[in-house]
Design a protein around this ligand. Structure first.
Ligand code: ADP
Ligand code: MG
Length: 605
């Protein structure tokens, strides 16, 4: 991801355009119903004011012997009725609002998960991506809140203010105008606040990153040994303290600024408020408005101020403060996907795999992990890859399968570039047993069959077959519930030994229906005697399919058609065992050191 894109600002309008449909789609019916309830809630405010005016007017009439008791009591009951209605409506809308929020949260998290599954696998090598995912989850709450604020404004606050404006205008036009004067300063304060705090964020974000880095230098796994031994802790502590001071300083200044602006505008608001009261009083004295109208406005005007404060200061203020977090959510959804704009939708039949001058480096790696690799694996061929640790074997496999794409050169599956294919098509016929296999906290059966996604489980025979191929003995005491045995201590199950776990991983790799299988050091955790047996079975398993086996055990892979020797990201030799013994000194050395080890082992027995 380019840094430039990362700091691109997203406007509130386009935020709404993106998030609103996501939230609406949780349940459009309920959403509309809730908005309608909000409108009713707003309307009941208006009705309260009107009925208050009626009540006061009736009571005044009664006092002046112009009206009847019955009229006054009716007016009182009307007001009561409206109050009860208001309570019910706001109860209902709170209830729906809460349920809807938690459902929205689920929905937005699901959207993130879905996005995650579409990201290019290689981006997970990048610490920044993991950071982005975290930030994105944190943004969900604020994204929902943002939409809520907009919806509440449109359905509740805005109609309310509109009604009050019209009501006051009817009483006396100047009253409505002064309302604007009360409202504007509050709004301006918030706009200024947003500016101040987003500037603060711009300046303090780099400082925060620096501080984090200094912290890492003192406590991070990578740094701690050196920092401690060299006695560099005070140095970093000092830097950290300076950074924190700088940040606090910036924040202090921003707070002062924002509060001064707020104080100023609050005074203006207060002045406007007093003006309205004065004008009302004046109008009443001059008998331009009735006592009822005076009382109604008097009673409701402070609640209107509270409302205005609530929306502008609390809700918009909250939104302004967390604007960046909502952006994080949206930005994550805009990260490039691996399968965007892919041409190859049709099925490809499996064939040769060709690497043409392939080079690759990890996002955070300095050197090429693979460097100018040329290799063709024929359809149905079994290839063994050998070489010392870090020579690029696992990386070669990641590129062969198309999991990662080359920086330069091409990887072709049956003459189609892996860049051009969707990952779904690419991985359709591939299975694998990986060096860092996973220990899923699931039952034995689920551990083996996770690749089967259909509703009906059709692998009953297959699972038995692969289990025995992998050398899992179901009669072993540990599998006390057979295939249903839970492989997790945390979930009330059992924990397996490393060797047993590896067999489960082997069974899982074999269970997936495949035409091409990769085995990346599949027996590292299995003891040598058993290992030989497992390799014997592999030689049967890989017959008639394309297979690539990474291994340290040169003796076990004589069944491979060809052996590829890796060294420093390059191919140092290709051929069968005897050819390599004759032509490749690296292979010869490896072979000799291993055969020594085997003979030693034999003699100690
Ligand atoms: P092998 O499987 O032969 O032991 P790898 O393919 O795992 O070797 O590693 C090849 C090179 O790439 C090594 O130098 C290793 O340090 C580097 N490398 C492997 N994985 C990563 C990674 N996730 N990020 C950065 N560098 C990596
Ligand atoms: Mg490896």
């Amino acid at each position: 991801m380019k840094n430039k894109d990362k700091h691109k600002k997203i406007s509130p309008w386009s935020m709404m355009k993106k998030i609103f449909p996501q939230i609406l789609s949780v349940s459009p019916g309920l959403f509309i119903f809730n908005s309608f309830v909000f409108v009713l809630d707003g309307a009941s405010f208006a009705a309260t004011i009107l009925s208050m005016q009626i009540l006061f007017d009736r009571v005044t009439d009664l006092a002046q012997n112009k009206g009847t008791i019955k009229e006054a009591v009716l007016a009182l009951m009307l007001l009561f009725g409206i109050k009860v209605f208001q309570q019910i409506v706001s109860g209902v809308s709170n209830f729906i609002g809460e349920t809807y929020d938690s459902r929205s949260k689920g929905k937005l998290s699901h959207i993130i998960n879905l996005k995650m599954s579409k990201l290019d696998p290689v981006s997970f090598e990048n610490a920044e991506t993991l950071d982005d995912i975290n930030k994105s989850y944190n943004g969900v709450k604020f994204a929902i809140n943002f939409i809520n604020t907009i919806v509440d404004t449109m359905t509740l606050y805005l109609p309310h203010f509109l009604f009050m404006g019209i009501y006051l205008f009817n009483l006396k036009p100047i009253l409505a105008v002064s309302l604007v004067f009360v409202f504007l300063p509050v709004l301006i304060t918030q706009i200024v606040r947003v500016k101040i705090f987003s500037r603060l964020e711009d300046f303090s974000a780099p400082l925060r990153r620096k501080g984090k880095y200094y912290e890492e230098c003192m406590t991070g796994r990578k740094y701690v040994k050196e920092t401690r031994i060299l006695g560099a802790n005070p140095y970093f502590m000092n830097l950290l303290r300076q950074t924190i001071e700088q940040m606090n300083n910036l924040k202090w200044k921003a707070d002062i600024k924002a509060n001064l602006v707020e104080l100023g505008t609050k005074l203006i608001s207060l002045f406007g408020y007093l003006c309205i009261l004065w004008m009302l009083f004046d109008a009443l004295m001059k008998q331009e408005i009735t006592l009822g109208a005076f009382a109604a406005v008097f009673a409701s005007i402070s609640s209107m101020f509270d409302m205005m404060e609530e929306i502008v200061c609390e809700r918009l203020g909250y939104y302004a403060k967390n604007f960046g977090k909502i952006q994080n959510y949206l930005r994550f959804l805009e990260l490039p996907e691996r399968d965007e704009n892919k041409k190859y939708e049709e099925d490809i039949s499996y064939g040769d795999i060709t690497l043409e001058n392939v080079s690759f480096s990890y996002p955070n790696g300095e050197n090429n992990a693979l460097d100018g690799i040329n290799l063709t694996i024929k359809d149905g061929e079994t290839i063994a890859i050998v070489g010392e640790n870090g020579s690029g074997k696992s990386t070669l496999i990641r590129l062969l399968t198309g999991l990662y794409l080359p920086d330069s050169g091409n990887v072709l599956h049956n003459n189609v570039d892996t860049r051009a294919m969707t990952t779904e098509k690419l991985f359709k016929d591939i299975s694998g047993i990986f060096q860092n296999y996973q220990k899923y906290q699931l039952s034995l059966k689920d551990n083996i069959t996770i690749s089967e996604t259909g509703n009906k489980f059709k692998g009953k025979e297959r699972i038995k077959h692969v289990t025995s191929q992998a050398g899992i003995n179901l009669k072993d005491n540990i599998f006390n519930k057979g295939f249903k045995t839970m492989l997790s201590r945390e979930f009330d199950g059992v924990d397996l030994s490393g060797g047993q776990w590896q067999r489960v991983a082997i069974a899982r790799g074999l269970f997936r229906v495949h035409k091409f299988i990769i085995l990346d050091e599949p027996t590292a955790a299995i003891d040598p005697v058993e290992e030989t047996k497992v390799y014997k079975r592999f030689s049967d398993i890989v017959k008639n399919k394309t297979a690539v086996i990474v291994t340290h055990r040169l003796g076990s892979v004589k069944f491979a058609n060809r052996i590829v020797v890796m060294k420093n990201g390059k191919i140092a030799g290709i051929g069968n065992h005897n050819e390599l013994l004759a032509s490749c000194s690296i292979y010869k050395d490896m072979w000799e050191s291993q055969s020594q080890y085997y003979t030693q082992q034999a003699s100690t027995k």
